[in-house]
Design a protein around this ligand. Structure first.
Ligand code: PHE
Length: 465
């Protein structure tokens, strides 16, 4: 990103991305990450499969895409950090400057998410040498599980976890400090196709060697008996998480988007790509899970047990497996930088901080918080907040199931009911009136109602149901 001295309506003080592709690459780099490959399969497994998947897909279409369009539009309209963009646009619409609280909550959510995101990305990093050295070749399901969470397994070794968590945080801070355009564009342009290609190779393997029919049925054969309000909230929260929504990442990137680009079209492409990658990851993992007698509800370890197991039995598995975890780590990295970008942009605007110091401060905060997540898998495993949550669970619940849906709800209400509609339409510049009306309808009525109902019922179900 290049920095220009002045701030006009058509560019941000943080610079504008020059080429058409940059926003698409950066936003899909943000969206596609651990959420698609690690989180989607394991929460689908924990929530019983197909009914959960259906709710997730409906949430993406009816809630995620409309709000993602709104969030990008706000960013490009405001041309500043989410906090100041929200404030400026609110004031321009004769509303209270307190709307900036949405940006503040989102900025905090980004730091909280990064705190555990980098721990999980650290697992992926730790797996690179494990696969390269052939530790998984020919192993049984039980052995693959114990390499992950057995007594001598990765999770029990908090020093190793801390090491990889720290390394991942450092590389994240490094890129953000340098300005995110430089390396990111090249990285995403090459990595995204490579990741998709490798997932398709794995899909081929799952079709031939896994229990593919059983896996596909688990994902897609609708079974209403598995529905619960709490699962619906997890699905809704994940729709926000996977699209990097409700906390300002996409708003911050929107601020760097050139004026001419079509927001609606671009966002729809990114959402479809993101959802497609998650579904393929599910179609790779579940057939392997069933073929090897693993538990679909195994939790956060699902990907780290099922995939190495498969790699252990493929010819060339050491190479493919190593490559796979490298790509997962890269995908996580391009997401992680977007988690602190809202806060970094704000520290620069508000306090005149340098990009480097801003990145160090926020990355440092996330790193410290992340130590709690590291310990929640070993020495603090038994310690449960509200008798339910380890620190990792708590951070995940607080961000995915509370902060992101709440942020998304407020963004929908703000754009739907507070912001001047002419301003929103001018920025969106949508050519098709039917699509524009559909967007207004989803944003004003459907999204707020659905999020509010699922949020209230889901929380009730979780704690009182
Ligand atoms: N969307 C990212 C993923 O799926 C995570 C993320 C959430 C990134 C929120 C930025 C903001 O892994």
């Amino acid at each position: 990103m290049t920095t220009s001295g002045t701030n006009t309506q058509s560019s941000s003080i943080h610079g504008t991305w020059s080429k058409r592709w940059t926003f698409i690459l950066a936003a899909s780099g943000s969206a596609v990450g651990l959420g698609n490959i690690w989180k989607f399969p394991y929460i689908t497994g924990e929530n019983g499969g197909s009914a959960f998947v259906l709710i997730y897909l409906v949430c993406i279409l009816a809630i995620g895409i409309p709000i993602m369009i709104a969030e990008t539009m706000l960013g490009r309209r405001g041309r500043k950090s989410p906090i100041l963009s929200m404030r400026d646009i609110a004031i321009n619409s004769n509303a209270s400057g307190y709307w900036q609280l949405v940006g503040i909550m989102g900025t905090l959510a980004g730091i909280f998410i990064l705190s555990y995101y980098s721990v999980i990305a650290g697992w992926a990093l730790a797996y690179i040498p494990k696969l390269a050295s052939g530790e998984f070749s020919g192993v049984s399901g039980a052995a693959a599980k114990s390499i992950f969470d057995g007594e001598q397994g990765l999770l029990s070794d908090y020093k190793t976890l801390l090491f990889w968590h720290s390394l991942f945080t450092i590389v994240t801070v490094y890129v953000v400090a340098r300005g995110i355009q430089a390396g990111l564009e090249r990285a995403v342009r090459f990595l995204m196709p490579a990741l998709i290609l490798l997932l398709l190779v794995l899909l081929g393997y799952s079709v031939m060697e896994g229990a593919f029919a059983e896996g596909a049925r688990f994902l897609f054969a609708f079974d209403a008996s598995k529905l619960s309000w709490n699962s619906a909230l997890v699905a809704l929260g994940h729709a926000f998480f996977t699209l990097s929504l409700g906390m300002g990442s996409i708003m911050a990137y929107g601020a760097y988007m050139p004026k001419e680009d079509s927001i609606a079209k671009t966002i729809t492409i990114i959402a479809v790509l993101d959802t497609g990658i998650a579904l393929i990851a599910g179609l790779v993992i579940f057939p392997l899970v069933f073929a090897h007698g693993l538990e679909p509800s195994a939790g956060p370890g699902l990907m780290f047990i099922s995939l190495p197991l498969a790699f252990g039995h493929i010819t060339g598995g050491e190479l493919f497996g190593t490559l796979f975890f490298i790509l997962v780590a890269f995908a996580a990295w391009t997401s992680a930088i977007s988690l602190i970008e809202p806060g970094v942009a704000w520290l620069i605007e508000r306090f005149g901080a340098t990009r480097r110091n801003a990145a160090l401060i926020l990355g440092g905060a996330a790193w410290v918080l992340g130590i709690g997540t590291v310990f929640s898998f070993n020495i603090w495993k038994e310690y449960k907040l509200l008798d339910t949550f380890t620190i990792f669970d708590g951070m995940d619940f607080l961000t995915s199931n509370i902060m992101l849906p709440l942020g998304g709800l407020l963004i929908a209400l703000f754009v739907g009911w507070v912001m001047k509609p002419e301003a929103a339409e001018d920025e969106l510049n949508m050519k098709n009136p039917a699509l524009l009306s559909a967007w207004w309808f989803l944003l004003r009525y459907v999204a707020p109602t659905a999020v509010a109902v699922v949020f209230v019922m889901g929380i009730y179900d979780k704690f009182a149901g």
